[in-house]
Ligand binder design. Structure first.
Ligand code: FMN
Length: 229
């Protein structure tokens, strides 16, 4: 039976440099022998085109696997993705005649900016609640810390480098689950990983990056205006 997977990209950023899109490209390349058809849609772009949504939701309902790949926005997800999920729920409620052909299996991949994959656990729970409300099968997800740094080092830093190892161990489990269409094998179906990197060095690199983007001087980064009388 031909197997179909739909990637839902939750990032509001353009594909390049979105870390979510880069991970979708990376994972897709590893799954080509397990899926006959893979499709990526951007939740924000789609939720702004209501005329295309009905066809799209029908397409997702005819797939076997849906993978939501998104950045973490303050314990949750970008509003464009939340809106997409609300509209999907509404569609299923109001189109009960469109019986599911296959029970859809849902996975999540959340990447956050800071070192600390643990931050992603609430967003993964939100996706779990969504899957249950929709009567889909929740298969769990991967929460990745320093997601943007991972995207930037995917092809330049070797897989077995010390800093990348925890991430690739998590990715291996995630990819295995996607290939077999089984749940993430942990008690809560979540796996939270982050790069093995010095947090102070990470913050320093972030500050340098932020200065390059904003034109701010180093002193301004550490300014504490709230302490001034
Ligand atoms: C509005 C907003 C809220 C964010 N909240 C968090 C957060 O709570 N924790 C964190 O580590 N990163 C946070 N980030 C950083 C993003 O999750 C991170 O940069 C991610 O890798 C971006 O993915 P993308 O390139 O696919 O959009 C936030 C970013 C934005 C713009």
């Amino acid at each position: 039976m031909s197997q179909k997977l739909v990637w839902i990209n939750g990032s509001p950023k353009p594909d390049h440099p979105s870390a979510s899109h880069q991970m979708i490209e990376y994972l897709s390349n590893l799954l080509t022998s397990h899926y006959d058809s893979m499709l990526e849609v951007n939740a924000l772009k789609l939720s702004l085109q209501p005329t295309k949504l009905t066809e799209h939701f029908k397409e997702v309902l005819s797939a076997h696997v849906m993978v939501i790949v998104t950045p973490l926005y303050a314990d949750s997800m970008p509003s464009g993705l939340l809106d997409y999920l609300y509209q999907f729920e509404n569609f299923v409620k109001t189109h009960s005649e469109d019986n599911l052909k296959y029970p859809l299996k849902v996975y999540g991949y959340i990447n956050c900016g800071f070192i600390g994959g643990y931050q992603n656990h609430i967003a993964l729970e939100i996706l779990e609640h969504f899957a249950h409300r929709m009567n889909f099968t929740w298969c769990g997800g991967l929460g990745v810390g320093s997601g943007a740094m991972l995207a930037g080092t995917l092809y330049s830093v070797p897989k077995d480098a010390k800093m990348q190892r925890p991430i690739y161990e998590g990715l291996d489990v995630f990819i295995k689950a996607l290939k077999s269409q089984k749940a993430i094998p942990t008690c809560n179906k979540q796996l939270l990983v982050t790069q093995d990197f010095s947090p102070s060095l990470f913050n320093f690199a972030l500050n340098i990056n932020w200065m390059a983007q904003s034109g701010w001087k180093f002193k301004k980064i550490y300014a504490k205006p709230y302490l001034k009388q």
